[in-house]
Design a protein around this ligand. Sequence first.
Ligand code: PLP
Length: 456
Amino acid sequence: MNPSTHADNAAHDIAAHLHPFTNLATHPQVGPLVIRRGDGIFVEDDQGRRYMEAMSGLWCASLGFSNERLAKAGSEALRSLPYYHTFNHRSNEAAIALAEKLLTLAPVPMSKVFFANSGSEANDSAVKLVWYYHNAIGKPDKKKIIARRNAYHGVTVAAASLSGLVPNHRDFDLPIARILHVDCPHHYRYAEAGESEEAFATRLADALEKRILEEGPETVGAFIAEPVMGAGGVLVPPATYFEKVQAVLAKYEVLLIADEVICGFCRTGEMFGSTTFGLRPDILTAAKALSSGYVPISAVMVSEKVHAAVAANSGKIGTFGHGFTYSGHPVACAIALETLQVYEDENILAHVKTLAPRFQQGLQRYAARPHVGEVRGVGLIGAIELAADPARRTPFDPAQKAGARVAELALEQGLIVRAMGDAVAFCPPLVISAAQIDEMFERFDRALVGFEASMA
Ligand code: PLP
C-alpha cells in the first residue's frame, strides 16, 4: 500500500478527527501535522520533514521513538497473553512483576500499586482513594482536596477539577465541589519585590495553613502537587517550599499526593521528583515515562497507612469497587517493565545527571536575551519565559501569542518545543546525547533570532 499524501491525510483528519487541546474552529484551516515515524529523538512527518522532538511528545517518550527492546517486549507480550484483567483476584505475571518493581523504586516506602491507563485516571483514582480512606477511618467530612493554581493533573472530571488552568474548567462546569486551589509557587511571577525564595515559600505555606483553618482542618483530606509543575509552565518550586508545605499538612493530618506523571523516572535527575524536592507522599501517581509513552499505563502507589484502611473497608463492603478493564493490562505492564529495565541497563539516571548541567547551562544562555524574562529548570526539563520587558517582568500581551510564535519558528528549524502561554518548554527524550543537546539549542537559537528580528 502506498503511503497517503499529506493532502489526503489532512482532508481525512479534518473530516473525521476531533483533536484534544486544539482550537477546533481553526483546525480546518490550520490542518494537522501528521507524524509518520520516529527514529531516536527525531520524528518525521508525512512530507518527509524531520524534527528533533525536544518535548518527548507530551513529556513522555523518554527512550525516544524507536526503542527496539520495547517493541520486542510488546510483541512478545501480545503473542503470549494479549489481554487479561485484574478484577476479582485475577492477576498476570507482568502486572505482579511491575508492581513489585515500582515498590523497589518508590521514593518513600509504599505498600501497594494500583494500575490505570493515564495520568488523569491515576489522579482520579487518587482522589477516590482519599475519599474512601477518610470514610474508612471514620472521618467522613475530611474530603476536600487542595491543589494549586496553574497545576495540571489531567482532564477527567476529578483530575480536571484538580488542574488549576482556566481552559480545563471553562464551560465544562468545573471544578467539582470539594476541590480548592491555592497560590501557585512561581517565584518569578508571584513573589513580591525583593522577596527571597525562602520568604515566598513561607508566605505560601502560611497562606495554605490559613486556608486549611478557614475551611476547617476536619474537612481537608489531601493536598496534591507536581514536584515540578509541567503544563503550568515548568515551574520549579522555590527553595524550602515543600518542606514548609509538608509541615502544615502534617499538622492537620492532610494526606500528600505527589503527581509524578511528568517528573517520575529520572526526569529531574533522580528517579522521582519527590526525591529531588523532598516530598514524602502518602499516594504517588505516575504515567508517561513509565512506559516511555509507548502504551497507555499509569500507576498509583499507596502507603501502608492508606492501604490498610482501604483494604479493611473493602472487606466490610465486600469489594474495592474501583478499577478499569485495562488495569494491569499484561501488554502495557510488560512494556513498562522493560522500560524500567532499560533505564537500569543503560544507566539512564546517571546519563541524566551527567547531561543535566549541559542542558541547564544551554538554557541559561538565553537569560540575557532581549525578550527572555526567566529561565528555569532541573534535570532534563526546563523552560524559558518570554517577556515584553524583562527588566520590569512585563509579560507580552497574550494577543501577540509570543510563545506560540517562537514554537512555530522552532518548528521551521526542525525543532519541536512547546509553548504554554509565553513559557517555551523543553523536555527532550532522556536518551538525548551531548551533541544533540547542542544541536537542539542551535536550532532554538535560530528560532529566537527570528523572533527577535520580528519584534525589532
Ligand atoms: N499529571 C500531570 C503532571 C501531567 O502532566 C499530565 C499530562 O500531561 C497528567 C497528569 C494527565 O495525564 P494523561 O494525559 O495521561 O491523562
